[in-house]
Design a protein around this ligand. Sequence first.
Ligand code: ZN
Ligand code: ZN
Length: 431
Amino acid sequence: MDIKNHRGLNQIGGCITEISTATSRVFIDMGQNLPGVGEPTTPEQDKAMVEGIFAQNRKEHEAVFYSHTHEDHIGLFWAVPDNVPQYLGEASKAIFIKKHMLIKRALQEKKEHLEKSSPLYDLMNEKIQHQVALIKKIDQMRTWQRPMTKRSPKPLQVGDISITPYYCCHSSFEGYMFLIEADDKRIWHTGDFRGHGYLSKGLYKTLETYARDIDTLIIEGTMLGRDEQCYTEAAISKRMQFVMQAFKNVFVLVSSTDMERLVSVKDAAMKAKGGYRLDKRAWYMSWAMTYATHQFGKHYRMMNFDVKYVDLMGKLPSTGFVIPVNVSLMERVQSALQRLDPSETILIYSSWDGYYKDPEQVAVNPRYKQFREMFDNVVDIHTSGHADRETLSRVINTIHPKESIIGIHKEPDTSLKSLDISDELKEKVKE
Ligand SMILES: [Zn+2]
Ligand SMILES: [Zn+2]
């Protein structure tokens, strides 16, 4: 069995890993580079790069598997040849298709406000058609179901390669690790994961049960260069609660699909203010909460969201509130702020700080920075979606691979050899 990392060895994101036998091959992730990583590319260049990968080393049986729906893992799905099946988790597919349907809906709304003679009208039509094509491609993707408590995941077969997805905790709607078996070898691919979320509780149990007898471990190392231990989601929720008690009007800037963070916001808001509300146009967040409640609420009590609404353009509760928002609602939040006392109002910034600190990120999307600047009071309360050094060491020690350890999704000047692992394991690190 051969392993080839086309991209993502010494950079965070843009991951593409190929695992092949004489007759078959699977790819784990087909990720777009994050802004600021490598030279920016055009869609034509991206397409040529992916086609180049599929033109080499061709096999009778081929498929792509996605660990989760962050763009740095799935962003190039559209360039994968139509005859190659693509797989992802059932809930991941649902959320991914919803995302593109909502982008299409927003474009259609914009189009309705344009005159037919406007030069933007045709451009908008083109963008809508592009979304239609993406939705069609996602719709063709195959899925696996997330096994709920105490059920073993089922392997999927691609020629002579067997691949089994295992749920893991990450700051996305759902995340997976993979066991890949062929030619009497066993590879474990971690995808993106962490050990400090609510749903990380099962991490070591999963590894002890299923990641046994592993020859090669492919592991993410986003946090290798950072020495601090990550705050747990529970600690994040507690800190949010104190802020929500101290301020009357609280907005929380949060990813619409990071369900565990939304649990943290919900729990804090329940304790501090007896509840929270969503803006009636927070379509994506509202859909994610409703879907999570239906799909996972039965098995995980925390995933039950009782969604109530408010209109940011209308009357706001006079006794104060907690409203989780994202940057797409910026104009509506700005309008609401005009009717609120700035000294009684705060933004809890609960997203990655690079979005407003890193000039390259700001150049690509200035809205996070602009969003913060609308408020007199801002507090950062966030924890990473990635495993800290202690967790990385423990995972490597737990799996204890026989042959090799490959670090991916990590900064160029960092090494797995710097972790608290034995010399024997350090010698197996391939960088
Ligand atoms: Zn990633
Ligand atoms: Zn991710």
